[in-house]
Design a protein around this ligand. Structure first.
Ligand code: AMP
Length: 223
């Protein structure tokens, strides 16, 4: 499986990816998670990325592409990967195509998680993450068993720095301006599939697996 999960911030890409990982051999590669790990370790990359991330802007391509390629080249991605939050610009997409074709691979599909904007905003404001094991919760849709604590490791849950109203607004604008144009890029290559994400991660995952099972026979999104 070599796929991209696509959609605006808060569409549920991370949650769908974790359900997919549990059912397949593919690894979940989220550039947002990789960047946050760099920030946590206070590496040079993390410090450079922080200024962009906290404001809700995209981190420059040259920083993100090298990091994503290094991750894709690790052995565990050979069995397959689920890209989440990457690519996010046309140039990232073009470079990803070249990177994969040099290795004799290609993307099997780009799955656009579709969800109404008011639902997305509610999801983002309710999102909580575990700083230790990175599990995602949501106070409205996926609450932890004990309020404020991670089900898996017991750590105190936090709100992401960029899940504040100001950054959320910038992230939406950034998505429309720089990332949404990728829909046409993948649609014109016959790789784009629409997924109804309103019924939750399990149902969205079922749709993706069904489309992949059809092995390219599913009808890609038109127009
Ligand atoms: P995410 O966790 O995917 O919402 O990403 C959080 C933030 O990390 C984004 O708002 C960007 O600032 C940055 N980021 C993640 N992935 C990329 C990417 N592919 N290109 C540029 N910036 C990125």
């Amino acid at each position: 499986m070599r796929i991209v999960l696509f959609g605006p911030p808060g569409a549920g890409k991370g949650t769908v990816a974790s359900v997919l990982v549990a059912r397949t051999k593919a690894v979940h590669i989220a550039t947002g998670d990789l960047l946050r790990a760099q920030m946590k370790e206070k590496t040079q990359l993390g410090e450079r990325a922080r200024a962009y991330i906290d404001k809700g802007e995209l981190v420059p391509d040259e920083l993100v592409i090298a990091m994503a390629e290094a991750r894709l080249d690790l052995g565990d991605a050979a069995e397959g990967f689920i890209l989440d939050g990457y690519p996010r610009t046309i140039s990232q997409a073009e470079i990803l195509d070249r990177f994969l074709s040099c290795r004799g691979h290609n993307l099997e599909g780009v799955f656009e998680l579709q969800l109404a904007e008011d639902v997305i905003i509610r999801r983002l404001s309710g999102r909580r993450i575990c700083p230790a094991c990175e599990t995602i919760f949501n106070v409205y849709t996926l609450p932890p068993k004990v309020e404020g604590l991670c089900d898996k490791c017991g750590a105190a849950l936090i709100t992401r720095e960029d899940d504040n109203p100001k950054s959320i607004a910038v992230r939406f604008k950034t998505y429309q301006a720089q990332t949404a144009p990728l829909l046409d890029y993948y649609r014109s290559r016959g790789l784009l599939f629409a997924v109804d994400a309103s019924a939750g991660a399990e149902r969205a995952t079922e749709q993706i697996l069904k489309m992949l099972e059809k092995d390219g026979k599913a009808a890609p999104t038109k127009g």
